[in-house]
Design a protein around this ligand. Sequence first.
Ligand code: AMP
Length: 173
Amino acid sequence: MSLAAVGIGSNLGDRFANLVAAVVGLGAESLLAGVSSVYETAPVGGPEQGPFLNAVVIIETARPAAALLQSMLTIERARDRKRLVRWGPRSLDLDLLIFGTEAIDLPGLTVPHPRLLERRFVVEPLLEVWPEVALPDGTLVAAVKVEGADPLGVYPFPAVSAPPKGGGSGVSR
Ligand code: AMP
């Protein structure tokens, strides 16, 4: 089994619902080991676009990284992800950040994710759920200084099945 970290992000459509769909999709094939808070972040690069919601999901999987990536792309497509403009707005983006202690350099798959340490909106949620995470060369991610703007907001991850508003047992009196 490998412990893997997947970054999820959305800035198009129902952003919270897109993140929930990513977690449900990942949980359908792997064991969910952790889900970070949701970080709202201003877009970096690309055309003018709305703010992103970002989070990190930790999973335990028996599958190889290439198979996991294929599932991730299927989860993106199910939320109507289109690749129109590089770094443009997107309904759902999944990035394989870390896969156990493996360094992978295949056509179409580089792990650790090449821009992992450039993005505070990835590193912060990652450390929240996996504080001791290390790169394949042993470097602790927590020891790396990452530049970037403060998040616009940090929210609890939306519950997949929320209790009814007002709570209670559902019995009316
Ligand atoms: P994008 O969704 O625009 O960030 O790009 C996704 C493409 O990047 C996919 O088709 C993958 O083949 C490729 N890719 C390479 N390394 C990774 C990675 N670590 N995580 C996700 N996608 C990756």
